[in-house]
Design a protein around this ligand. Structure first.
Ligand code: SF4
Length: 210
């Protein structure tokens, strides 16, 4: 890991000492559900919905007591709820039939589940199981490429570059730091470069007049 990358992580750590997953969950299954629900919506909205949902439906077997329509109804405040309900319903069947109702612990297995892609798998592996993984969501992608610790237009390539640039023991924390920074400072439309703690290390800042 270069001194520059180390410095960036240190500065972000001092800015966001509490950076962590902002989805609320108690079990790997609940995190998997919340992550699938979070596509194209905010964690806040997902937490509002899952707070109610998980009170009575917190496990695979609980979900399978619902019809697809009932599940739709319980998540309808979230964007794309029909599609998400369909995926969740299928996913629960797959978990029951293929994985004894447990969320598996490998990327290869998680991506076989309906609605779960590579990013979802990385989020679950790292947060629920503490297995080093570097989930690249929209914030991680944008911020890491702006800073210059990644340089790619491709999400998978960005993930590979981040895995090389950052020591494995810091992958999970750095993922959260980049998300926190992307939500609070390095926003998509108007990055607040003047008040950014890592501006002197940022490629975007150096190359722009912001
Ligand atoms: S200097 Fe600007 S572009 Fe660079 S990380 Fe900070 S907010 Fe983002």
């Amino acid at each position: 890991m270069t001194e520059k990358t180390k410095k960036i992580i240190e500065l972000l750590l001092s800015e966001y000492p509490d950076a962590k997953c902002e989805l609320n969950y108690k079990t790997p299954f609940q995190l998997l559900v919340a992550t699938i629900l979070s596509a194209q919506t905010t964690d806040k909205k997902v937490n509002e919905v899952t707070e109610e949902l998980f009170k009575n439906y917190g496990s695979v077997d609980d979900f399978l007591k619902l019809s697809e329509e009932e599940l739709e109804d319980k998540i309808r405040k979230i964007g794309l709820y029909r599609n998400k309900a369909k995926n969740l319903f299928q996913m629960c069947r797959q978990l029951k039939d293929n994985f004894n109702s447990e969320v598996p612990k490998t990327m290869e297995e998680i991506v076989t589940l309906s609605g779960a892609g590579r990013k979802t798998a990385n989020v679950v592996l790292s947060n629920a199981y503490d297995i080093p993984a570097f989930a690249v969501d929209t914030h991680v992608f944008r911020v890491s490429n702006r800073i210059g610790i990644a340089d790619s237009k491709d999400v998978l390539e960005t993930e590979k570059q981040l895995q090389k640039a950052v020591l494995k023991k810091y992958w999970i924390k750095t993922h959260h730091l980049l998300i926190f920074h992307g939500r609070r400072c390095c926003t998509a439309r108007r990055p607040n470069c003047q008040n950014c703690v890592i501006k002197e290390y940022c490629k975007y800042y150096k190359n722009s007049s912001c």
